[in-house]
Every structure is written in structure tokens, then in C-alpha cells.
Design a protein around this ligand. Sequence first.
Ligand SMILES: C[S@@+](CC[C@H](N)C(=O)[O-])C[C@H]1O[C@@H](n2cnc3c(N)ncnc32)[C@H](O)[C@@H]1O
Length: 234
Amino acid sequence: MSYNPDRLAQMRERETAYRVPCSAMDYDSLITQFSFPQSVLGLRILDIGGGASNMTARLLELGADAYSIDPRYENPRRVYRDVEAYLSRGSLPEGEIIGATQTMAEFRTSILSNPERYINGTMSALPFDDASVDLIISNLAFSELLTRNIQALKRGASESYRVLKPGVELQVIPWGAEVVESILQGKPELLAISFALKSGLSEAEKHMQELGFTLQQEEIPEDPRGKILHALKG
Ligand SMILES: C[S@@+](CC[C@H](N)C(=O)[O-])C[C@H]1O[C@@H](n2cnc3c(N)ncnc32)[C@H](O)[C@@H]1O
């Protein structure tokens, strides 16, 4: 077989994705962190790395033209298994486990009834036309690539820029457990590429600026560990 760098990069990105734990964050808690328009009716909203969240399920109920993309959707049964593995690590409070189990049940119903809304793919190859998406959100997918596969993260940022309509946003909730842990431990090499960096721009953010995004970091008063990155397409 001949050497194909793109194919290799895709395979590597998928492998990386499977090393990221799969969670099931609830819409009601995520909605307090993302800035959504008052009405999402008819808006095309893409959740990158949606995992077993019920975000897309709820957005569809609200009339949005919602999609989630995650390489794990190649096998939904594996999603359920991976979330269960994540929940049974023993470190989560019981309330969180019960909540995530309910969220995953909602996700399960939704992916079974709307399979076309759950795209088996990765952030570096978004199957959407140029300037066709009204909002991109991502909870704990971009940040998880900071330490694992920065090239895929950059391609994900380029693709997000391509598919967003001008004047609309990519919103990234930046910190994952590993990033937070490394910040708390003061590992400078990880700080240098972290979205949660307090001063200066990370490598990924510089790339986003070069693409033409205007970056703004929003403090989250309830959580001093990180910030939401708003990347506005100019
Ligand atoms: C920690 S989970 C977060 C799931 C969900 N957003 C939530 O808030 O519960 C991270 C998800 O990102 C996905 N992911 C990792 N790398 C990705 C990539 N390059 N493209 C798309 N999704 C990716 C993983 O498969 C995983 O399901």
C-alpha cells in the first residue's frame, strides 16, 4: 500500500480520540457555560466531540438543525461501554454518576432515532459546506488534544473556520481533567500549550488568530481553573 500522509493523520486522530475518556455531560449544565442565542430554531449548530452528551438531543427538541461529530459514533455500543468505564473509575460522586447515566440514556434514544445527526468523523474533516454553520461548540474535545495531538487540534480549528458563517463563533470549553491537573502541578511545557494559560497565547490560539479568528477568553466565576474560548470568525 502506498504512503498516504492524510490517511495516516486521520488514523492517528481517531486513535487519539479513543484515548480521550468519553463523558456524558448534561445539556442543563453545559448551557450555563456556552453562550447561546435566545432561540436556536433553525440554526445549524455543531457539537465537536459530542460523546454521550444529550446536547444534540436537546437542541433537536428545540428545533435546531443540530449535529454532533465524534469518531466514536462508528460504534455507538462502544460509546455506552466507554462511558460506563469512565463512570466506574470510582472517583466520581454518586450524584454525578446518576446524572451521567440519565444523560446517556437520552443520548441513546436520540442516536437511535436520528442517526444522521451523529456523524462518525473527526474535527479535522467536517462534512459541511463552507460558511454553512451558525455555531460550533465543543466541551472537552479540543482541550484533550492539546497534550495528545496538537496537529489534529489545529486542523480542527481550520475546519471550524471554514464551515462557520462569517461573524459567528466557535466556543470551546477548554479545560479537561488532564490539563487542569498539569496546571495545578505547574508543568510549564503543558502550560505553554494550554487554552487556560493566564498570560500569552498558546500555540493553538496563535494558529487560530492566523486563520482569522478574533479570540476572546471569558472568565468563569464559578470555576477559576479555566476560561471559555470564544473564537469569532471575522
Ligand atoms: C471528554 S469527552 C466529552 C464528550 C461531551 N462533549 C461531553 O461534554 O460529555 C471527549 C470526546 O471528544 C471526542 N474526540 C476526541 N478527539 C476528537 C476529534 N479529533 N474529533 C472529534 N471528536 C473527538 C472523543 O471521542 C470523546 O467522545
